[in-house]
Design a protein around this ligand. Sequence first.
Ligand SMILES: Nc1ncnc2c1ncn2[C@@H]1O[C@H](COP(=O)(O)OP(=O)(O)OP(=O)(O)O)[C@@H](O)[C@H]1O
Ligand SMILES: [Mg+2]
Length: 224
Amino acid sequence: MLAQAVALKREHSIEWRVKGSGLKVRKSMATFDWDFQPKLDRRPVLELFGLGFVERHEDLLLTGKSGTGKSHILQALVLKACEQEWMVRYARCVDLIDDLYAGLADSSYERRMKRWCRPALLVIDDVGLGQLKRRDDEPTAAHMLFTLLERRHTNATTAITSNIKLSAWGKYLGDATLAAAVLDRLAATSIRIDIDGPSYRQFLARKRARDNGQPVLDEQDQEP
Ligand SMILES: Nc1ncnc2c1ncn2[C@@H]1O[C@H](COP(=O)(O)OP(=O)(O)OP(=O)(O)O)[C@@H](O)[C@H]1O
Ligand SMILES: [Mg+2]
């Protein structure tokens, strides 16, 4: 009876963490088809799930073309970290930057920045996807990301996914020099994993079309 109560309490605590993390979908590596991505080395990916890199405050940069499973892996990692009772936040890059921009409007920028600095693991998903706001009188997204990474660097783990080439970060983040500085920090110390392979999203779309008797389009993955 007591064991049951303890298990229930733990379950509630994990659920509370998952909700608080900002994760909207629940992915697991149990549903990850490794055979679909034969060039991806399992060992370093599965090693992430031991969460030693979070303990060591190491950063992670996961790159690859669209649909190759980057978000899937990090979303599964967020769940795992919640289960292990780490303090975790998950956000898409555009949403994180939007949140900080909102802080400029109502003077809560510093409070919001501190909140993003707090978690032991912060996942910034999908750098390169979606339109970032750009106003001349405000700091650029690159400035915000630089400040955030600088403050978290060596204190806590930041894990980032991106489907654009690292050389395109300057244009995307609105400041080439600061984007280079962000990448410098990441390149110096982070764990790097690149997924060089086909898009699972395209695979699913082709399968759906085939199942519905519709014409199957040629594979045209987005260039990173
Ligand atoms: N190897 C895989 N096995 C099973 N499902 C996969 C695999 N790779 C991707 N998926 C699924 O395909 C969809 C697209 O994957 P995901 O969102 O992780 O791609 P991504 O690399 O983050 O793409 P983007 O750069 O466009 O954000 C998701 O539903 C994901 O769960
Ligand atoms: Mg993604």
